[in-house]
Design a protein around this ligand. Structure first.
Ligand SMILES: N[C@@H](CCC(=O)N[C@@H](CS)C(=O)NCC(=O)O)C(=O)O
Length: 200
């Protein structure tokens, strides 16, 4: 397997999961600052020219959540996704989709409008709206984590990789300041040896 990766991007999600899995993989570093992600050969792998992308045999896969779901299913013995058809699997789907559809948009809105966009293009209203939406998401996630170590209970899963990495991103922008349960969750996750290895 080959993971196309750049540090400090959404490619950190499948890289962390690959480290949790512990099977061999090749890391192909893509330098976004040099435009390597827009070169014709890479566009054959990721048609939007973004990271991450995974090559697994004949399969070329993009979208961080899809890559994580594929990897978790490929190695069932690692118990990173509950068995298909169980209630836990339903909750797992819920949190995987929630990470992309509900958690990421407000975090991205705050990031774009405070850090990423040129100052003239930033919108204070978009920041406020993102913060309000994030507070609602933080309430839901804090309740979901009450009395448990991970989203599915005591069993760590790929859902923690997806939700935890985006909460880590939110934390860097101060969005977790009023949410101690989420801060503790992110700390628990980032202390994992596999997470630490994925930062190297
Ligand atoms: N929804 C995609 C987003 C991928 C994405 O936008 N990646 C960013 C880095 S975090 C990227 O490669 N941006 C460069 C570009 O789109 O030109 C995923 O989760 O994989």
């Amino acid at each position: 397997m080959k993971l196309y990766y750049c540090p400090q991007t959404r490619a950190g999600r499948p890289r962390w999961l690959l480290e949790e899995i512990g099977e061999p993989y090749e890391l192909v570093r893509i330098d976004l600052t040099k435009g390597e992600h827009k070169k014709p050969d890479y566009l054959k792998i990721h048609p939007h020219g973004a990271v991450p992308a995974l090559i697994d045999g004949d399969l070329a896969l993009f979208e961080s959540a899809a890559i994580c779901m594929h990897l978790a299913d490929k190695y069932p013995q690692k118990r990173l996704a509950p068995e298909v058809g169980t209630p836990a699997r339903g909750l797992y789907y819920q949190w995987m989709l929630y990470s992309m559809a509900t958690l990421e948009p407000p975090v991205l809105a705050v990031f774009l409008n405070t850090i990423m966009l040129p100052e003239a293009e930033r919108s204070a209203a978009a920041v406020e709206k993102g913060k309000t939406q994030f507070a609602d998401v933080a309430r839901v996630l804090s309740n979901a984590l009450a009395g448990r170590s991970f989203l599915l209970g005591e069993q760590f899963s790929a859902a923690d990789v997806m939700i935890g990495s985006t909460l880590g991103w939110a934390g860097m922008m101060g969005l977790l300041n009023d949410h101690p349960a989420l801060q503790a969750y992110v700390k628990r996750l980032t202390e994992r040896p596999a997470f630490q290895r994925a930062q190297q």
